[in-house]
Design a binder for this molecule. Structure first.
Ligand code: ATP
Ligand code: MG
Length: 652
């Protein structure tokens, strides 16, 4: 092994394209130039506490002012110490004395095509009533409420009702199994469960209540369960434990003042996606988180009063928490919320919604973009997407060619794209272009937001040289950061604060180019070792995706008796049939794009890749398969077990 083996990653990507915002876009943006961005970033870097103090005073409502901006006792942060605020108040009540009272907060579309609109005032009323319903069930400040609901407005209402009375919500994506719900309920000692009779997914009914019944049999801490009637199917209601949402709402008063809560009062627990192992119960608190998601929402999405925003994530993930609920609503935004699948009743559903509601800002995941590419342009061509002015991505890196497709096909070459890098742990967006100020490079999340100070280091904490890849860390606390792992301070310290002294370890690799642009290189544990080179998963995958017949790719290394390590790639083909010729062509293509040493040893053709339920590729499982392991790691967050079985059987 060469001397550099455990220190830095090589980069082999040669992406030179740059896309600057148009002068029209920049002139109307909140932050209009690179210079303006740099001034803001420098101001925050020089004195983070003064920077956040100034913003916090005006952007949040304070029942009681704070006495100290930050108390940092590494690795435990407290922001806005001594202050009292309420996230539900900031999202709702603050708008009620303004003309926004009558503005649509949520334009909701159900999968079967039903629609509802809720103004801020209507949403406020529903939240107050449901908060009283929760109190009636005995929910008190600090109690944990587990939420397993479809993407209906009631899911948002439930979250805000918890926040209103100081209950801590734990939202569990409504696709998880009974086992996964019970694990999370037990880990968090949840007291009340919220669910629905069923939910719609691709025209089918997901029996949510039935799943919850099985989960509650193994969740001894849960005493009560509230059931929303979404579909009207027959469900079992257990006397004394189960209550209909509509029955509770009928009798509930609409008068429920928001509880003044300490800045550091826990707002929610949310489990990570489980891409790299067993999910972690991330704990977020009130004031710092609320401030961070509001401000980043305004900066990154350049939100204007008249805009219609649409984030396609589910509230079961952090993206939904931060950029459906707490960010947009604190900012008084109008947004579309959609219940179902992108390919129901047909593959053009998203574009139909964009056209119908005249969406201006559209935020989705690379996994969805790759699916759109695979489904074909004809679904997009049917619709008028001219209302769009800004696009975003989140969740995984985006391969430059997928970025180009998004730019051309969805953005009509006129919309800036914000590639937002962040994590459940970071609470909000950490790196992203500010769309009026920073020119984009396809595949790069560009620059850190004001107040975010990244560092790229080798094992041991030494900074890498300019341009080299290494472990991405954050050098200073920021208001949206996690405050811990629920009930497990030791795991928190060990996971994020032990390997690199004095910094938050993100678990991702990255490099920073000569222009100060950051490029995420994949997970620390997924580095590909071949022929003495340490390569990033995303760069090898992007080389594959730049071939016209590749829709999606995943790259892993595996032990090899002869070479030490071999490179295996998994490929989903488009506009072609899998064949040995194509296999060879792809090997040559990677050789040409990256170098002969990186020619894959094996190309596996597959119809699907193993993904988390949030849509991220689970490379650790592919690595096990490529290595011929019978037993694979934690699969509880895997979307579809069949994918693994097919891969093992070498079925295409
Ligand atoms: P677990 O922590 O349980 O393994 P996870 O990391 O997938 O799960 P999330 O918090 O949902 O859980 O995802 C955050 C991760 O997603 C980041 O650490 C990064 O690897 C990836 N990611 C998110 N956005 C981007 C982006 N814009 N570019 C590259 N990677 C991204
Ligand atoms: Mg993670």
């Amino acid at each position: 092994m060469p001397e550099n083996a455990a220190s830095f990653l090589e980069t082999v990507m040669r992406e030179e394209r740059v896309f600057a915002p148009s002068p029209e876009f920049a002139s109307r943006a909140r932050i209009k130039s690179q210079e303006e961005y740099e001034n803001l970033w420098n101001e925050a870097q020089q004195n983070p506490e003064a920077f956040w103090d100034k913003i916090a005073q005006t952007e949040l409502h304070w029942f009681q002012p704070y006495s100290q901006v930050l108390q940092w006792n590494e690795p435990f942060a407290q922001w806005f110490v001594g202050g009292k605020t309420n996230a539900s108040y900031n999202c709702l009540d603050r708008h009620l004395n303004t003309p926004w009272r009558n503005k649509a907060a949520i334009l909701w579309e159900g999968e079967p095509g039903d629609q509802r609109t809720l103004t801020y005032q209507q949403l406020h009323r529903e939240v107050c009533k449901f908060a009283n319903a929760l109190k009636g069930l005995g929910v008190k400040k600090g109690d944990v409420v587990s939420i397993y609901m479809p993407m209906t407005p009631e899911l948002v209402i439930a979250m805000l009702a918890c926040a209103r009375i100081g209950a801590v919500h734990s939202v569990i994506f409504a696709g998880f199994s009974a086992e996964a719900i019970a694990d999370r309920n037990n880990d968090a000692s949840a007291k009340v469960q919220l669910t629905a009779d069923a939910g719609w997914r691709r025209g089918k009914q997901l029996p949510l209540k039935e799943t919850v019944d099985a989960a509650l049999a193994k969740s001894p801490s849960v005493q009560k369960c509230v059931v929303l009637r979404r579909i009207g199917n027959q469900v079992n209601m257990q006397e004394g434990r189960d209550f209909w949402w509509h029955d509770l709402m009928q009798d509930a008063s609409a008068d429920c003042p928001a509880e003044p809560l300490d800045s550091e009062h826990p707002l929610y627990i949310l489990y990570t996606s489980g891409s790299t192992g067993k999910p972690k119960g991330i704990r977020h608190t009130t004031a710092g988180y609320n401030l961070y998601v509001k401000k980043t929402f305004e900066w990154v999405f350049d939100y204007r009063e008249e805009d219609i925003f649409w984030c396609t994530a589910d509230c079961g993930w952090v993206t939904g928490h931060s950029y459906i609920v707490y960010g947009p609503l604190s900012a008084g935004a109008t947004q579309v919320m959609y219940e179902g699948a992108p390919n129901w009743p047909a593959e053009d559903r998203f574009w139909e919604i964009v056209e119908k509601y005249k969406v201006n800002i559209f935020y989705t995941a690379p996994t969805a973009i790759r699916a759109f590419i695979k489904w074909g342009d004809r679904h997009v061509d049917k619709h008028d997407l001219s209302s769009l002015r800004l696009l975003g991505t989140v969740g995984e890196g985006i391969n430059p060619e997928a970025w180009m497709w998004y730019h051309r096909k969805i953005g009509g070459e006129r919309c800036p794209i914000v590639d937002t890098w962040w994590q459940t742990e970071t609470g909000g967006i950490m790196m992203s272009p500010l769309p009026g100020a920073i020119a984009a490079k396809p595949g790069s999340c560009t620059k850190p937001l004001p107040g975010v100070i990244p560092a790229i280091v080798k094992e041991g904490g030494q900074p890498v040289e300019q341009g080299q890849g290494g472990m991405l860390c954050i050098a200073k606390p920021w208001p949206g950061m996690l405050r811990g792992i629920w009930g497990d301070d030791e795991r928190y310290k060990q996971q994020y604060w032990s390997r690199v002294p004095g910094m938050y370890l993100t678990g991702d690799n990255a490099r920073c180019d000569k222009d100060g642009y950051y490029w995420i290189m994949g997970r620390i544990d997924d580095v590909i070792n071949v022929s003495g080179h340490r390569l990033s998963t995303i760069e090898v995958e992007s080389a594959l995706v730049s071939h016209p017949n590749v829709a999606e790719a995943a790259a892993v290394d595996r032990p090899d008796e002869v070479k030490g390590q071999a490179l295996s790639v998994f490929v989903i083909v488009r506009d072609a049939e899998p064949s040995d010729e194509l296999r060879e062509e792809l090997r040559q293509h990677v050789g040409k794009e990256i170098g002969a040493f990186a020619k894959p040893d094996e190309v596996w053709f597959t119809a699907a890749l193993p993904k988390t339920r949030s849509g991220k590729i689970m490379r650790r499982l592919l690595k096990d398969i490529a290595s011929g392991k019978e037993e694979v790691g934690d699969t509880t967050t895997l979307e579809d077990l069949n994918v693994l079985a097919k891969l093992r059987a070498h079925e295409e």
